[in-house]
Ligand binder design. Sequence first.
Ligand code: PA5
Length: 467
Amino acid sequence: MTGPGRSPAIDFGNMIAGVLEGGGIDPDRLRGDLAERFRDAHAQVETRRAAGEMGFFDLPGDRELAEATRDAAGRCRRGADALVVIGIGGSALGAAALRDALLPPLRNELGERARGGFPRLYVLDNPDPDTVSALLGRLDPARTLFNVVSKSGTTAETMAQFLVVWQRLESALGAERMGSRLLLTTSPASGALREIAAERDIPVLPLPEAVGGRFSVLSPAGLLPAAVAGIGIGSLLDGAAAMAGRCATPELAANPAGMLATLLHVADTEAGASVQVFMPYADRLRGMAYWVRQLWGESLGKALARDGRRVETGPTPLPALGPADQHSILQLLMEGPRDKVVVFIARESCGEDVAIPRLFGDKPALAYLGGHTLQGLLDRERRATAEALRREGRMNLTVAVDRVGARSLGALLMLFQIAVVYAGALYGVDPLDQPGVELGKALTCGLMGRTGYEAPRIPPPDPRWRV
Ligand code: PA5
């Protein structure tokens, strides 16, 4: 058991030589070169943090920002039946992860009383017209709050949906009343959203300058929707602060984010395990696995090292869900190329377990299940899968939380954020930038006719290469 003070705990025996069948990391290295390498990575992160570049570390302690977020949530919750977050990437995935983890499953289907009077919560990220029209068509504009989240205030997908919503609100409620149905979360200093908020007197919350999109889950980007929906954001922040405290040490053996980053970095760069499968065994953590994918992918997939060398590096994160995906990719994990490492995310107890009844005692395929619970089945399947992988010499480790609650989730989110900046230092890349997405954005602006952007010449599909 992890115990509340040690949750999450990382069990990494199945990465270690002598435990992992036929391979694994020499345990002496954890006290030797890997400990030294981590000490250096830790120092690099601390230097950037002290220079004010890693604002996500400070969010759990920024109680003023949390209080402003709570106040805004209290104001805009009044009279709202639904909150729609409009954002994409780091401006949406954190809110979705919090919603999935901390609100009851299928909550949007419940009536107001069963939701404790808190609004339904939707996240609109992909600007797919099918989804957008279906959702907007079923919501009452007078009882819906739209929280538009964009750090830059320029992201095409978010701005397009903002414009659609703006027009619908204006025609349904009129220019005077519509402002109360909007809340903008954006840069405190610049961008179109900031200007519109000032010009039209629309409430606005800041996304701190030193907090990048994929590190913004504990800023108003994630906290505002969470607070509107009734999630205890104080506990989330407490959990995150506790994890940051555990990661203050440069000692690899005592630093959970350091150990996670180090093991996955070695798995990739020395053992060829460049595909990192993040596999929670809890539906509530599915959103978090997608959040981790973005955090990992955008932070570590880089062409250039910080010293300017061309490295084209970075592991490939792959979200999965147990045990459902045992019936999807386990065969590949067990017998396919040895280019994968599995990060199981285990929950030791669940809110309301379901007993499996003892029925059909004469049918061996069913009889053994009776008397167990569904959580018991989930947990045994995870343990059995980890053991099967170990026996096949397939590296895996387990991040275990005592339960999925606000505090443990805050700790989990902080664990992965700190781990990814350590991993950035280990790979020698900058985990805070994402230069690779700019070209596609510029070409889109050109194709959409934005002033200052040239329409790119993209050759039409050549019939010779079409079948
Ligand atoms: O992590 C990131 O920086 C990105 O995923 C951004 O969050 C995403 O591109 C959205 O950007 P913005 O918040 O500026 O609209």
